[in-house]
Design a binder for this molecule. Structure first.
Ligand code: NDP
Length: 284
């Protein structure tokens, strides 16, 4: 029977650490760690995510401010807002809340966030630095996945990690993070043939494809670590990509949905924001 990897508990422990570090930062520099969140439009899930982030940042002592922009904002207006925040010394990190309204060029807009403030690693320069092994902020969700895997005290080196999903914000950066840990990494997408067979070879299986309960026990090797990034709704109920009850007896560790990867994402955002704040002081 698998152990449940409780992301809520791990993120709580990590947030206590961040709170202590943010407190020390404020004592030393006379102002709090600052995060700017830009939200364009009123996407309901983005609004609830932003609300949660603002509340949790406040709890750890990060001064998080929301820059809410109309859905009709032009690219130039959003870029002007980013540039103003790039130049603001009290702002250590900038989070551009996704999704953006249709018609806006996310590549262009995200490329304007200063890489040293790009705490969710969405600027293509950050992605390139991560790819090349240079210092960079990795996107928060894959960073949280890595922390969850590390919390099992499994030696990642030499393990076969299979990632189902190849997006720019989850699958690809996660592959880079796991390569950095010297895992052997396979990344699958919608066109992958024999997906179940490939997944069954994984010592560490991560699903981030957004297909409700697609991964059942036939995809999982006995004793594998299974991380479920998916957030889906089935019969109006929240579920992951993994058929939890079916996989639990086969896996050595498994993350639940909710309460697995989700809470880690915001915690990594706080960690990155704190790190950006320290870096900006130390590089002066
Ligand atoms: P995207 O839609 O951008 O990417 C999905 C990826 O999965 C694509 O690479 C796609 O392949 C692949 N895929 C889709 N269907 C299949 C399939 N049947 N078999 C194999 N691969 C498949 O999604 P995101 O990366 O943004 O998000 C993925 C999931 O993670 C979603 O459920 C999302 O809600 C969740 N999520 C959770 C977060 C959290 O904090 N817990 C944060 C971010 C995302 P192809 O490239 O061929 O299209």
């Amino acid at each position: 029977m698998g152990n449940v990897l409780n992301g809520t508990e791990l993120s709580k422990q990590m947030r206590d650490m961040v709170a202590e570090m943010c407190c020390q930062f404020e004592l030393k520099y006379g102002h709090p760690v600052g995060l700017a969140i830009i939200q364009v439009g009123d996407n309901p899930s983005a609004t609830s995510y932003v609300k949660n982030n603002l509340r949790l940042c406040k709890e750890v002592g990060i001064a998080a401010n929301l820059y809410k922009m109309s859905a009709k904002s032009t690219q130039e207006e959003i870029i002007a807002q980013i540039e103003q925040l790039n130049d603001d010394d009290k702002v250590s990190g900038i989070l551009l809340q996704l999704p953006l309204p249709a018609g806006l060029d996310i590549q262009l807009i995200s490329s304007k966030i200063k890489p040293t403030k790009d705490v969710d690693g969405i600027n293509p320069v950050s992605a390139g630095n991560l790819f090349s092994g240079f210092p960079a902020f990795a996107p928060c969700t894959p960073s949280g996945v890595l922390e969850l895997i590390k919390s099992t005290h499994t030696d990642i080196l030499g393990k076969h990690a299979v990632i189902v999903g190849a997006s720019n914000i989850v699958g690809k950066p996660l592959a880079m993070l796991l390569l950095r840990e010297e895992a052997t990494v396979t990344v699958c997408n919608d066109k992958t043939k024999n997906l179940a067979e490939i997944c069954k070879q994984a010592d560490i299986l991560i699903s981030a494809c957004g297909q409700a309960e697609m991964i059942d026990s036939s995809y999982v090797k006995e004793g594998a670590i299974v991380i479920d990034v998916g957030i889906n709704f089935k019969d109006k109920k929240l579920c992951g990509d993994v058929k939890y009850d079916d996989v639990l007896p086969v896996a050595s560790y498994i993350t639940p949905v909710p309460g697995g990867v989700g809470p880690m994402t915001v915690t990594m955002l706080m960690f990155n924001t704190y790190a950006a704040a320290v870096e900006s002081k130390e590089s002066k």
